[in-house]
Write a protein that binds this ligand. Structure first.
Ligand SMILES: Nc1nc2c(ncn2[C@@H]2O[C@H](COP(=O)(O)OP(=O)(O)OP(=O)(O)O)[C@@H](O)[C@H]2O)c(=O)[nH]1
Ligand SMILES: [Mg+2]
Length: 193
């Protein structure tokens, strides 16, 4: 397994770590399971704070994996209880972060397999594709679905994002059962290690 350490929480773009390493960004709506994804893939398993209350991660969190690349947990979007001005602030911040960061190797966009992509998911997908950032969707929480529902969820997702190919840039995942872990680690290792 890949060793991970927390580096820092970034609140301002001038606080970004200076070391020139590839960056993997992790995006998705609030409470989708981004921090759990990090904890499930890497060791120690509780490096990222998770919560059943949405809006837990309110900073750009830098993790260093195997001293080779950064995994960056972005604040979740679309959390209704956060004020509009705070939401707008973070949205701009994430967009500026992605635009200014020349080291982004690729993105994982987490989408809850139980729900259709939201307008903000579609916006994130557009945003990343427009910038030619290699883009992967992780359809997660599949432990909550039956096999037939997983298949339906996958089909539905592809109607939104036809560029996705299962096993290539689309992964099924559960932080609870560990389904998909191996494939995702293999994918990352092939690109970064
Ligand atoms: N059943 C199930 N629950 C999950 C899974 N991944 C995350 N969760 C739960 O979803 C909730 C949110 O998880 P987090 O990892 O904190 O989500 P996040 O995307 O980091 O949330 P923010 O930091 O608020 O943006 C927690 O209650 C987790 O236990 C999964 O694969 N399966
Ligand atoms: Mg989080």
């Amino acid at each position: 397994m890949k060793k991970i350490e927390f580096v820092k929480a970034v609140y301002n773009l001038n606080e970004i770590p200076k070391k020139d390493l590839p960056v993997v960004i992790l995006g998705g709506r609030s409470n989708v399971g981004k921090s759990s994804f990090i904890n499930s893939l890497f060791h120690p398993a509780k490096v990222a704070k998770t919560s059943s209350t949405p809006g837990k991660t309110r900073s750009i969190n830098y993790y260093l994996v195997e001293n080779k690349f950064y995994m960056v947990d972005l604040p979740g979007f679309g959390y209704a209880k956060v004020s509009k001005s705070e939401r707008d602030y973070w949205q701009k911040m994430i967009e500026n972060f992605i635009d200014k960061n020349k080291s982004i190797a690729f993105a994982f966009h987490l989408i809850d397999s139980r729900h259709k992509p939201t307008p903000l998911d579609i916006q994130l997908n557009d945003f990343l594709r427009l910038r030619n950032i290699p883009y992967n969707v992780v359809l997660n929480k599949i432990d909550k679905l039956k096999q037939s529902e997983i298949a339906a969820s996958r089909r539905n997702l592809i109607t939104y994002f036809p560029e996705l190919i299962f096993g290539e840039n689309l992964f099924l995942f559960s932080a609870i059962t560990g389904v998909g872990k191996k494939e995702i680690i293999r994918h990352m290792s092939a690109l970064l290690l």
